[in-house]
Design a protein around this ligand. Structure first.
Ligand SMILES: [Zn+2]
Length: 268
């Protein structure tokens, strides 16, 4: 967005709707304007991405690009924001329903829809003009592509995964925190499809909590408070009431991705 567009935007947006947010001492009007200028890519608008995009639209993030190629099903609704039984009955595309609801929630926000699944061929184009990327995928294969591309373009991204009642979340800021490949060399093997929420099941509220953590991290980055990001790998289980913060504060010295710049997951 050019400076003249931002000036124009600033003269037309009524900040009063964000009063409960701008009155926060550590956030203020300055943080809100930064959010309004912020651009985010939400990869997937299923369980995580639907909540994330709703939370970011309500917060006043200026531009949200949503990427998905799936349609709404009744079995989605227990864990996915934005969608209704009518959407499932009509088998509507998630990006179409999500865009309409997000615009109804906050008309200040520019919503762009992309009917696609993020892959090694389109990742760079989808990410190159945003400030932060939020993971709403359900598989590690895509997350490794996402990680490589984010490191190549030097974009911060927020990762989360939910399985059953357990979830994990981590924020990756290039040059500051470890990347996904600092933690693991390759996607973990999938035991009978149990890496995804389909066969193994997932508690809906666990997804909403993980997505809320992701959206919070994106808000910190977009509002100019990158110093506030959670530097730990957050691991929690909403059923056994456990929450752990694992110290992964130092990038791996020989990480092939963020240190050696070998973006193998973007290669054919
Ligand atoms: Zn790394």
């Amino acid at each position: 967005m050019g400076d003249s567009e931002i000036d124009n935007q600033q003269s037309t947006i009524d900040l009063s709707r964000y009063a409960r947010q701008t009155s926060l001492k550590d956030f203020g009007v300055e943080g809100q304007w930064s959010l309004l200028k912020g651009r985010v890519l939400v990869v997937g608008v299923g369980g995580l991405g639907s909540w994330v995009s709703e939370l970011l639209a309500r917060s006043g993030v200026g531009f949200i690009r949503i990427v998905d190629d799936d349609s709404v099903e009744l079995t989605n609704i227990h864990r996915q924001a934005l969608y209704t039984e009518k959407d499932a009955a009509a088998r509507k595309l998630k990006i179409d329903v999500a865009a309409q609801r997000l615009r109804e929630i906050n008309s200040n926000v520019a919503i762009e829809t992309v009917y696609a699944r993020l892959d090694r061929l389109n990742a760079e184009k989808l990410m190159q003009d945003v400030d932060v990327v939020v993971d709403g995928t359900d598989n590690f294969e895509t997350r490794f592509i996402l990680n490589d591309c984010a490191m190549k373009l030097s974009k911060p991204w927020v990762f989360a995964g939910v399985l059953g009642t357990k979830a994990q979340m981590m924020t990756v800021v290039p040059g500051k925190t470890p990347c996904l490949r600092c933690l693991m060399d390759a996607p973990p093997s999938c035991d009978g499809g149990n890496c995804r929420c389909g066969p193994g099941g997932v508690l809906g509220v666990a997804v909403a909590i993980a997505a809320s953590f992701e959206a919070t991290e994106a808000v910190k980055i977009l509002s100019g408070h990158v110093d506030r990001i959670n530097p730990y790998l957050l691991v929690f289980d909403v059923w056994s009431n456990s929450i752990k913060q694992i110290d992964v504060s130092t990038p791996r010295a020989d990480c092939p991705c963020c240190v050696k710049k070998d973006f193998a997951f973007l290669e054919p």
